[in-house]
Design a protein around this ligand. Structure first.
Ligand code: SF4
Length: 581
């Protein structure tokens, strides 16, 4: 029987609770959002004592379901002021699930300011211990020391110095299978919430843990088989397929070609240096330089897509893992930088300081627009990242994200929604993703509803990228995503296969039915996804958000984006129809 672990940082206590009936059939984002809605006052300060940070495993996480090692981290976001869920691969999700813990809730705030703690969880229980030896250190220094202290087989959920300093772009870092600090629940500043609770790292040791109970093994196995087949057949997800060979950066040339690759702080839709930072170039460089370089790397055990990579320096030693699409775009094209060695260095700094690569790149783009550096100036971009790491006054401005930086320096072209930096798809050139950015409960977030699949890739049918009537598409994608991927515990990248395969889609639902002993259909789970989105929206409304917040920044309405010379011309009525059909 799985449990909820509640950690109170005011009185430094831990206790295990039975899972209430209302949460029994939930997982991942569905569960973090339900707990946030039930226990966090919507108007509380995100960094104050009344916010909580919740870690929840996906419904099938910890089983042998393929590509399902996700962990969701949720609470009220210091970046957006909205409800937030960010999820990550790596080692933590499966270990937390196999410890029999459905959700771990951290609440309260230490009485002693500036004091940090480690939370160790194993089969015997949970204990807090001082983290004095690790405070003020980057994660490339902290993680090896923690593995030395607690053994190589643990998982770590940790924050870097940005989280300790309560910066709004701080993420929660998870180690990958080789124990690098490289995977992130990055978006929305949940690392700062963890920092505000005085937790430097959570150590998970699942040795001899109870594992994940499967109510109906036959149903689970049948579902698993269908999903594995769908993943192994689809051109994008199969072994030797696009993601496996080139990683997510396979999208660089594709999105650049359709004129939607945001360049130099969203002033152009095409980047002349795109090919130099593409998945194809990552693949060639790994082969050419050899050494530790590899594509087809897995971020967590049991992934059969394996979209990750280890990028080598010229001498074949490791520069960083992982150079993925969003990161090479944000720290590359968006800053006018066309070198993978530079994006690799910047990603490594993000991993070390514990910040979201998307928010970092969007913020540096805004800083470049403000004149703090010239677009394309790699040296300056690296210096700006160090400002964040050192926690200088400028670093604190930058570390609080693109919207704060734009306000401080008077930059009008500020590509954010609800205070969160936009990801790597230009909404003026791909309207559906713009509708998602505008209306998502999480601020600008492509993972809320990945409409790029039909709008660009032709997955689940082809939709015209310029068509402005996308309210139904956006609603459907948001509802389906909330349960099928974000709550089930599967990585979003299974979407390419299951959107094109009804059998694969059924497989995901059957896996969940197998674990929970339910008898749901695909329609049922999409309906449940809509309830998750509605609940999150109610939280945001109670926090003071209205439909006026469901808009893209004004400059996108009047500034024409090359090469198609388009504005964001989706009428407000269409945006409002996402929630009021
Ligand atoms: S597809 Fe990529 S991001 Fe998703 S679980 Fe596998 S390696 Fe990780």
């Amino acid at each position: 029987m799985s449990k909820i672990l509640r950690v109170n940082m005011t009185d430094l206590t831990t206790k295990f609770e039975d899972v209430p009936d209302k949460y029994r059939l939930m997982g991942g984002r569905g569960l973090t959002s339900a707990i946030t809605c039930d226990e966090v006052p919507p108007t509380c300060h995100p960094l104050g004592p009344n916010n909580k940070v919740t870690f929840a495993t996906g419904i099938v996480t910890g089983t042998n379901a393929p590509t399902s090692g996700r962990i969701s981290v949720g609470g009220k976001s210091p970046l957006t002021g909205t409800i937030k869920e960010a999820n990550s691969g790596g080692m933590a999700g499966q270990k937390l699930a196999r410890l029999g813990i459905k959700a771990l809730i951290v609440e309260g705030q230490p009485k002693e300011k500036g004091k940090f703690w480690l939370l160790k969880v194993d089969k015997d229980g949970a204990q807090l211990m001082p983290a004095d030896d690790f405070v003020g250190k980057g994660l490339y220094e902290t993680y090896p020391q923690l593995f030395k202290k607690f053994g190589e087989k643990i998982a770590i959920l940790g924050i870097g110095t940005a989280g300790e300093r309560l910066m709004s772009m701080a993420g929660v870092c998870v180690n990958d299978p080789e124990n690098r600090p490289s995977r992130y629940a990055g978006r929305g500043g949940i690392g700062a919430v963890m920092g505000s609770k005085g937790i430097k790292a959570i150590i998970l040791d699942d040795e001899s843990g109870p594992g994940v109970a499967i109510a109906n093994k036959e149903v689970f196995d049948a579902g698993r088989k269908k999903l594995v087949a769908a993943l192994q057949e689809h051109a994008i997800t199969k072994p030797g397929g696009a993601l496996n060979t080139y990683g997510t950066a396979v999208l660089v040339n594709i999105i650049n070609e359709v004129g939607a690759f945001p360049t130099r702080n969203f002033s152009d839709g095409r980047f002349e240096g795109a090919n130099k930072i593409s998945g194809e170039t990552i693949n060639e460089t790994c082969k050419k330089r050899g050494g530790v370089g590899m594509t087809g790397h897995s971020c967590s055990p049991g992934c059969i897509i394996k979209c990750s990579n280890v990028y080598p320096k010229p001498d074949g030693t490791e520069l960083v893992s992982v150079q993925e699409y969003e990161s090479v775009w944000s720290l590359g094209a968006n800053c006018g930088i066309d070198s993978l060695d530079v994006t690799g260095e910047l990603i490594r700094l993000c991993n070390d300081y514990g910040v979201d690569t998307i928010e970092s790149g969007v913020t540096i783009g805004v800083a470049m627009e403000a004149g703090l550096a010239k677009f394309g100036d790699s040296k300056k971009a690296i210096e700006l990242m160090h400002e964040i790491g050192k926690g200088t006054p400028l670093g604190h401005i930058l570390g609080n994200g693109a919207a704060v930086t734009a306000r401080v320096f008077g930059v009008v072209r500020c590509p954010t929604t609800k205070g969160q930096g936009m990801p790597a798809y230009e909404p003026r050139a791909i309207k559906g993703i713009g509708v998602i950015y505008a209306t998502s409960n999480m601020g600008a977030d492509h993972t809320s509803g990945y409409t790029i699949a039909p709008e660009v890739l032709g997955v689940s049918g082809k939709v015209d990228q310029f068509d402005i009537n996308k309210a139904d598409l956006a609603r459907h994608f948001q509802n389906a995503t909330a349960y099928l991927f974000d709550s089930s515990g599967h990585c979003l990248f299974i979407a390419f296969a299951v959107l094109d395969s009804s059998s694969g889609l059924e497989g995901v639902v059957e896996e969940c039915n197998g674990v929970l002993g339910t008898n749901w259909t695909v329609d049922d789970v999409v309906q449940m996804g809509s309830k998750i989105v509605e609940r999150e929206r109610a939280f945001n409304e109670a926090a003071g958000f209205t439909k006026v917040d469901d808009r893209l920044p004004e400059f996108m309405n009047y500034e024409k984006l090359p090469p198609h010379n388009v504005t964001f011309d989706v009428p407000d009525e269409v945006l409002d129809k996402v929630y009021s059909p």
